[in-house]
Every structure is written in C-alpha cells, then in structure tokens.
Design a protein around this ligand. Structure first.
Ligand SMILES: Cc1cc2nc3c(=O)[nH]c(=O)nc-3n(C[C@H](O)[C@H](O)[C@H](O)COP(=O)(O)OP(=O)(O)OC[C@H]3O[C@@H](n4cnc5c(N)ncnc54)[C@H](O)[C@@H]3O)c2cc1C
Length: 415
C-alpha cells in the first residue's frame, strides 16, 4: 500500500490532502499530521475572520520574491486550477469584493475550514491532530516521519505544508523552513513580511490611535521605491495599516535598501502649488487662528501639530497671519512629505507572511516537487514568494497545495 504524508494542517496542507485523496489510487492512504489540536487555526484568523481566500488578479507584481521569473511560472500553473471554481465545486459559494478580493459568501473563515474538514472526512484522509513532526528521514524511496510522541509514519511521497515563520501563535513557528534547510534546499533570507513598522518614536509622539488616509511612499535615500494609498494607523511603537504592511515587504534584503524612509502625503490629490494656495486662502479666512485651530477641519489637529513641528516653523501658539509665503510653502511640503525614519519590522508575531524561503529554482513549477528530491514537495509559505495583502498568500497556499497533492497522487498511480 502507498502512503502520502501531508505535514501541516493549515491552508495548503488541508487542500493538498483533499487533492491527493481525490486523485489517488484506491490502495493509497493519505495521512495528514497537524501539531495543533485543530486544523486551520491560522486560516480562521485570516481576513479578520472573513478569510480573503483569493484574488481575481494574481500577477507576479503582487508578490515579493528574489526570482520573479520562476514565481511567474508557479503562478501561471496555479491560475490553471481556477481556485474560485475549485471552491465552488467543493461547495463554497464565494463573493468578489473590492480590488478583486474573494471571500466566502457567508464572510466566515470558519465555513472555509469546516468545509475543508468535511471533504477530508468524505475522502477518508487519516487526520492526526496534536501530532508534532520532529524528524524527517529518507531511505531510498521512502520517507519516515517521527512525531513528538515517538510515533513513526512512512510515506512514498511527503508534502511539507508546515508554513513559514509568520504568526507562530497559530502554530507555524519555523519547522517548515528548518525542514527545507535540512533537506539541502538553498534558502533566500527570511524576514517578517506584511508587518507593522516601528519608527523613530519622536516622530509619532501623542499620535497613538489616530488614523488618516494618505499616500505612503517608501524611499531609499532620494529614490522612490513604491507607493501605496490607504489608511495609516499610528500606534505607540510606529505606523501600521494595510498600506504600511505592503511597504514592509520591500524591506527584505533582496531589495538591498540602505536607508529606507516612508513619506506620507496627506493630500495626494493636490499638487504642492495647489495645496499652498489652499493653505493661504484658508489663512486669509481665519487670520487670527492659532495653529491648532487652523489645523482643525483640515487634518486631524494632532497630526497637523506634529507636521507643524517637523517643519520647524516655531511655536504652535503663532497666529497664522504671521506666516510668510515661504513658510506656507514649507508647511505644504511637510503635509505632503512627512518623513518617518529608523524603520524596523515588529517581528514574526505581527507578520502575516514570511518573506524569503526556499529559492524557487529548486521547485518544479507545475507540482512544487523538489527537482533534486523527487517525492518531496514544499508548498505554501515555505517558498520564496510572499504575497501582498488581498488574498495573494492564500492563493499561493491553496494553489500550491492542490497542485502538489494531485501530482503526488498521480505519480504514485503511474509508478
Ligand atoms: C492574522 C493573519 C491574517 C491573514 N489574512 C490573510 C488573508 O485574508 N488572505 C491571505 O491571502 N492571506 C492571509 N494571511 C496569510 C495566510 O494565512 C498564510 O500565508 C497561509 O495561511 C499560509 O498557509 P500555509 O499552509 O503555508 O501555512 P499555515 O496556514 O501557517 O499552516 C501551517 C500548519 O502547519 C502546522 N505545523 C507547523 N509545524 C508543524 C510540525 N512540526 N508538525 C505538525 N504540524 C506543524 C501549523 O500548526 C499550521 O497549522 C494572514 C495571516 C495572518 C497571520
């Protein structure tokens, strides 16, 4: 009897097991090992409990990777599955929301997890929870997996779906990556990706809890790297919000930024001249206003004061009619190029995904099997292809799991 072992019962592992069981010969057992007491713990937390499970436009420019060419090939194979159809065929009605994001129609991540569990049961996948993989060995064509309680499982194919380093509180605390490394894989340096950022604390004093809409641009010295528009959240340690989390992906070593800073433009729809004119007109209508009164109704007053101080325009008790033309220019510049420096990620616990991982050239793009180690597959967050916010990471996790499961099953059937 053949055995396919799936290590990790998260997003990629559950669909890999379903796909393997659907394509396997009758004499093949599919076994899923998960260290948590329940399957899909991280999946339940995705999309704020709604599970943004895919996106209708998953092009390579939505992924952080050292190897966009191979990533593009992987994505084109995943595209052929048509994940929305796959989910529909498995009973999950989906809805498309803003920017091509796909959600379960019920808006419940729990429904996605429960439906996947239903199929695991229907297809007689042997699920072992509370089962932590501690060792993997290979002799000839057989893989042996040892778990924390000393149990041993033998498999003819093994799909490693144990996630990356991001979100260790959900179970993925790096064993998947360690396994790849120990298996001889070349690894791209890891970094927490899609993560809030710390910055110079002086720049955010008294701003914790405030949210503003802005265009956030990442610069390396004077070079513009990337811009995202969205809501920026100020915290006691730094800045957060989807736009900032997207920018965090560019802090990976593969992009080689030396002195990254983020500049916020609080008025992206205005040119600098138009904003200066607006500021001056406004001052003529309220000449006796103090700076804080002047800012009220323009931007959040605390934000206005913080920008005012970065512009070095003197005491905030100044009356606006005392400002000279060049000072209005400076204030307009400050409101459009508010700089945040000393950027640092806030660690794996706050990260939604893992930047870096298995260098993609070692993976067969149609199956996620290692080219040098047939029978061994790495899927999901273990590979060097981290997506933006918007369903791109689950696209990769589900897509790679489905491809690997199908390939492992069909390969054994044909052997
Ligand atoms: C808060 C949060 C929200 C997110 N929201 C979204 C979203 O809306 N859309 C999106 O596309 N992406 C989202 N992501 C990212 C997405 O969840 C991950 O990229 C995806 O889950 C990765 O799938 P995976 O199967 O590779 O890993 P995981 O889902 O992390 O699964 C790995 C599994 O392996 C198990 N495991 C680990 N080590 C062992 C071991 N030694 N033995 C046995 N089992 C082991 C873990 O317990 C875990 O269950 C979010 C992430 C977080 C943290």
């Amino acid at each position: 009897m053949n055995h396919i072992l799936i290590l990790g019962g998260g997003a990629s592992g559950m669909v890999a097991a379903i796909s393997a069981a659907e394509h396997a010969a009758k004499d093949t057992a599919v076994i899923l090992l998960e260290q948590n007491s329940k399957l899909g713990k991280k999946l339940l937390a995705t999309g704020n409990g709604r599970c943004n499970l895919d996106n209708t436009t998953c092009t390579v420019d939505r992924y952080f990777t050292s190897d966009p060419q191979t990533a593009s090939m992987l994505l084109s194979h995943i595209e052929q599955i048509n994940l929305q159809s796959w989910f529909t065929e498995h009973g999950l009605l989906c809805r498309e929301a803003e920017d091509g994001r796909l959600y379960p129609y019920s808006n419940q991540a729990a429904d996605v997890v429960n439906l996947l569990i239903y199929w695991l049961e229907q297809l007689h996948v042997q699920v072992h929870t509370d089962c932590r993989v501690t060792e993997i060995a290979q002799a000839d064509d057989t893989f042996t997996v040892v778990t924390a309680d000393g149990s041993k499982f033998n498999g003819n194919a093994i799909i490693c779906a144990m996630g990356g380093n991001a979100g260790p509180q959900f179970g993925s605390e790096g064993f998947g990556i360690k396994t790849a490394f120990r298996s001889g894989c070349q690894m791209e340096p890891l970094y927490p990706c899609l993560v809030p950022l710390k910055c110079n604390k002086e720049q955010i004093q008294n701003l914790s809890g405030i949210r503003v809409k802005a265009a956030a641009s990442l610069y390396d010295e004077a070079q513009l790297i990337h811009t995202e528009v969205g809501e920026i959240q100020f915290t006691d340690y730094g800045i957060s919000g989807i736009a900032i989390m997207q920018l965090s992906g560019w802090l990976g070593t593969q992009y080689g930024l030396q002195h990254p800073t983020i500049r916020l433009n609080l008025f992206p729809q205005y040119t600098e001249d138009a904003l200066t004119t607006l500021l001056v007109d406004r001052a003529q209508r309220m000449p006796n206003a103090s700076i804080i009164d002047y800012m009220t109704g323009l931007v959040h007053p605390q934000i206005g004061l913080a920008v005012w101080h970065t512009c070095n325009l003197g005491n905030e008790t100044r009356i606006v009619s005392s400002l000279q033309t060049k000072e209005w220019n400076l204030l307009a510049q400050g409101l459009q190029q508010w700089v945040f420096s000393d950027l640092q990620d806030t660690g794996w616990k706050n990260a939604q995904t893992t930047g870096g991982g298995i260098a993609l050239h070692q993976i067969e793009p149609h199956s996620f099997q290692l080219k040098e180690k047939h029978g061994m597959y790495f899927v999901g967050e273990t590979v060097d292809c981290a997506g933006y916010c918007g369903g791109y990471n689950l696209h990769l996790a589900f897509g790679s799991g489905i491809l690997a499961g199908k390939h492992a099953a069909e390969k054994l059937k044909n052997e």
